[in-house]
Design a protein around this ligand. Structure first.
Ligand SMILES: [Fe+2]
Length: 477
C-alpha cells in the first residue's frame, strides 16, 4: 500500500474477508479495501467475494489520525474525529497533530462493499482509538435498520501523548466558556498560557475565537524523552469509558445518532470480545482498567500501569439503559467507581473485575474460547483471558528495570474472573502498553506471503484529479 493502514484491520469470522482502510494527506484522505480469502479470490464463493481495493470514502473532512474503525456483518463505520494529522497544519502555525474540540466527531456508515453510499452522523468532539464491536439491528424482514457500536471514548489528550512517549502540556485549572459548556464534556482540558497563545486557530475569525478552544491544540511534534506526568484538575475531562452509539438507517434523514452514552463510569480501554462476535452484539466485553485513578489517561501517562481487568455484560447494561435511558452523550448506565465494582460480591453483577496483586501490573487481555464453535450468550464467556503481567518487585532501588527482568503470561478464567489457571514465565520483559492478540495454529498456517498479495493493479479511477493524486503520492513516497 502507498498509504498507511489502520492498526486494526477486521477479519469477518464467517466470510474470511479482511476489511481495512488507508489514510493519506491528500483528498479524499481515506481509501478502503476488502480482501477476500485466497479460495474466495479464486471464485469459489462467486463474484460477491471479489477484491475491493483502495476505494475512496467520500466526505472525510481532512487528513486525520485515524487508528481504528467499526465493521458489522453488513456495514462499515469510518470515524472522522477532530484529531488531524496533517503537514498543512504547519503552514497554519499548528503542530502536525492537532486536536480541535470545537469541531464535530463524524461517523461515516456505509454498506461493506459500497463506500459511495456513506452517510455521515455528527456529534460532539471526542477521540476514539479502539472499537470493541459493531453490529446491525435487523427488522423483521432482515434489513439493517440501525448500526450499533461499542467503543472506548476518550475526553482527554493524555493517552495520545502517552502512546507516543511525548511530553504532554501540563493541565491547568479550567476556564469554562460558553462554547465549552455547550459541548461538554470537551476533549481536552486547558493547557498553560504558552500553549494557548501558540495554537490559535487561523481558520477562525478573531471574533469567533475563544481562549479555551484555542488551548485545545496538541503539540505532538515536539518529541522528548522526558515524560511529564499529568496532574489532574478535573476528572470529568479525563474520561475513557466504554460507549454505546446507535445510528438508525431508516426514517432518519438528518442522520441523527439516537443513542450515545457510557455503559459504565469505570475507565476502560483495550477492548476485546469473543473472536466470533466482533461484528455481532457480543454480550461480554473485556478490557483494561485502573483502580488508583478515575482517569485512565492519567494512569497511562504514568507508564500504563494496568491493575484491573474488567468484564462488562453489555446485554445487561443496555437492557438497564432501555428501562432508564441515560442522558445523551454525558449519561452513564452504571455510575459506580472501580473500588465500588471491586467491592461487589454479587455473582450476577453486570460488571466483574479482576484486581492484580500489589506491585503486579497487566496488559490487554485477549479472550480465547475453550471451544471454537461457541459464542451464544450462554456459553460466550466459556474460555480464558490471556495477558502479560510484570512484577515490579524486580525493579532496582532506582526504580529501573534490570536486564534480566522477565514478564509472565497469565491465563484467567473468563467466566468467574477470579481464578488464575496458569502463569507462564517468559524469557524476557514485555514493556507496558502493547496490544495483545491470539492466533490459532490454523490461522498461522493460513498466512499468505506478503509478495502474493502486495502487488496492486493501478487504481481504476480515472480523471485528472486521480492522475494528479497518483503523481503526488509517488512524489512523496
Ligand atoms: Fe490500537
Amino acid at each position: 500500500m502507498k498509504e498507511w493502514t489502520t492498526g486494526h484491520p477486521k477479519v469477518d469470522p464467517v466470510t474470511g474477508e479482511m476489511i481495512l482502510f488507508h489514510c493519506t494527506f491528500i483528498p479524499p484522505y481515506i481509501h478502503y479495501s476488502v480482501i477476500p480469502t485466497e479460495s474466495a479470490s479464486n471464485g469459489v464463493y462467486g463474484a460477491s467475494f471479489t477484491k475491493l481495493l483502495n476505494k475512496p470514502v467520500p466526505g472525510v473532512s481532512g487528513a486525520k489520525m485515524m487508528h481504528d474503525f467499526g465493521v458489522s456483518s453488513n456495514h462499515t463505520v469510518i470515524m472522522d474525529l477532530p484529531l488531524s494529522l496533517d503537514p498543512v497544519n504547519n503552514l497554519k502555525g499548528l503542530p502536525v497533530v492537532s486536536y480541535d474540540s470545537s469541531k464535530p466527531s463524524r461517523f461515516g456508515v456505509f454498506p461493506r462493499r459500497d463506500p459511495t453510499q456513506v452517510r455521515w452522523f455528527e456529534t460532539d468532539a471526542c477521540c476514539i482509538f479502539h472499537t470493541a464491536n459493531t453490529w446491525d439491528s435487523l427488522d423483521s424482514r432482515g434489513n439493517a435498520e440501525a448500526v450499533n457500536m461499542l467503543a472506548c471514548r476518550l475526553t482527554s489528550a493524555t493517552l495520545v501523548f502517552s502512546a507516543g512517549n511525548i511530553t504532554a502540556p501540563q493541565p491547568t485549572p479550567k476556564t469554562v466558556t460558553k462554547v465549552e459548556k455547550a459541548r461538554r464534556p470537551s476533549f481536552f482540558s486547558s493547557y498553560d498560557a504558552e500553549f494557548q497563545s501558540r495554537f490559535s486557530d487561523p481558520e477562525k475569525s478573531p471574533e469567533t475565537r475563544d481562549e479555551s478552544t484555542e488551548s485545545d491544540y496538541l503539540l505532538l511534534a515536539a518529541h522528548s524523552t522526558t515524560k511529564i506526568e499529568p496532574s489532574l484538575t478535573d476528572a470529568d475531562d479525563e474520561q475513557c469509558r466504554l460507549y454505546y452509539l446507535r445510528m438508525p438507517l431508516f426514517n432518519n434523514p438528518s442522520n441523527h445518532i439516537s443513542h450515545q452514552f457510557a455503559l459504565s463510569a469505570v475507565p476502560f480501554e483495550f477492548p476485546s470480545t469473543h473472536p466470533n462476535l466482533g461484528m455481532h452484539a457480543a454480550r461480554y466485553i473485556y478490557g483494561c482498567s485502573v483502580s488508583t485513578s478515575d482517569s485512565f489517561g492519567a494512569a497511562l501517562g504514568k507508564a500504563a500501569k494496568i491493575d484491573v481487568i474488567m468484564k462488562m455484560d453489555a446485554h445487561a447494561l443496555l437492557a438497564r439503559a432501555e428501562q432508564r435511558p441515560p442522558k445523551s452523550v454525558t449519561g452513564c448506565v452504571d455510575t459506580r467507581s472501580v473500588p465500588e465494582v471491586l467491592a461487589s460480591i454479587d455473582p450476577c453483577d453486570s460488571i466483574k473485575a479482576f484486581k492484580f496483586p500489589p506491585g503486579i501490573y497487566g496488559q490487554e487481555p485477549r479472550f480465547v474460547p475453550r471451544h471454537t464453535n461457541t459464542g451464544s450468550p450462554e456459553d460466550e464467556d466459556d474460555g480464558f483471558l490471556l495477558f502479560y503481567t510484570f512484577d515490579e518487585a524486580q525493579l532496582d532501588d532506582e526504580g529501573e528495570c534490570p536486564l534480566d527482568a522477565v514478564s509472565e503470561l497469565w491465563i484467567l478464567d473468563a467466566r468467574n474472573m477470579k481464578d488464575v489457571l496458569c502463569k507462564i514465565r517468559l524469557p524476557q520483559r514485555v514493556p507496558y502498553g502493547l496490544h495483545g492478540n491470539w492466533f490459532t495454529e490454523e490461522e498461522i498456517k493460513g498466512q499468505r506471503a506478503v509478495e502474493r498479495v502486495r502487488r496492486l493493479p493501478e487504481m481504476e479511477e480515472g480523471g485528472v484529479w486521480q492522475s494528479v493524486r497518483r503523481r503526488l503520492i509517488k512524489a512523496v513516497g
